[in-house]
Design a protein around this ligand. Sequence first.
Ligand SMILES: [Fe+2]
Ligand SMILES: [Fe+2]
Length: 295
Amino acid sequence: MDKQAMLETARQMVAQIDDLPTIPVVATQVLQLLDDPDVNVDKVADLMLTDQVMTARVMKMVNSPIYRPSHEVTSLKRALVYLGIHHIKEIALTSSFISAFEDKGGVIDISTFWVHAFGVGMVSKIIAEKIHYRDLEKAYLSGVIHDIGEVVLSYYKPEQFAAILETIRQKPVRLVDMEEQEFRTTHNEVGFCIAEKWNFPEAYREVILYHHNPREAVNDPVLCSIVNLADLFCSVRDLYYGGDAWASFNLSEEEGWVILREKHPELAHLDVERFCYELDDAVPMVKEVVTSIFS
Ligand SMILES: [Fe+2]
Ligand SMILES: [Fe+2]
């Protein structure tokens, strides 16, 4: 189907939603503060403390296996100092996404969705590190948000979406193909329209739109490829909510990998099998993190 027509359908669908989730104001303010190179940690802590949900999540996350403190961190300010600016940004945004979609899981089980989202975020970061991608935080965040369109479809089109989930549980068909058939658009276009409404930077919007077809990306195909591969990896490692159309995949034959190889010829020497084992190590950690955040 024509991508432009699918985008138009998604735009109309999103325009009809009158209670679209918003990103909490505190998150935007925290991000603005953190953009200042002389940022004052006390100021950030004061601001974050005005949002109790965010504070509680930061505390849970800082004590989770992602950041591995040697002893429990009990004050927000300590947590901020321990984490450093980049990680606070990651956590502030992640926490906002969770809040935005808190009651909006619809027919997808929301914690399973976050297992996938965090999984893709964390694996994206590992792949990004491997290829020396310049912005690891961006790789992580774009992994976390790549499927936001899915939550929206699941919540606002529950009956149709439930029928799709049922079908993909029974047949090895891809979720995107079923969405296209049912809605004449997919979670990629829907997510893109939401990201537009939230004024996300272009790089993130592009990942949302093209994470299943990184070849079509024009702005940052490498980032789209990183998320594409992380997504595939998580889909075959039980960090997924959408059936098992991808029972297995061969990393070295994937479009995303081919793109990374073109841009980073040194990857030719990488032992792909071993690298997949390295990625495997992240799987139990992702599950633990999600359990600790949602407990
Ligand atoms: Fe997706
Ligand atoms: Fe995904």
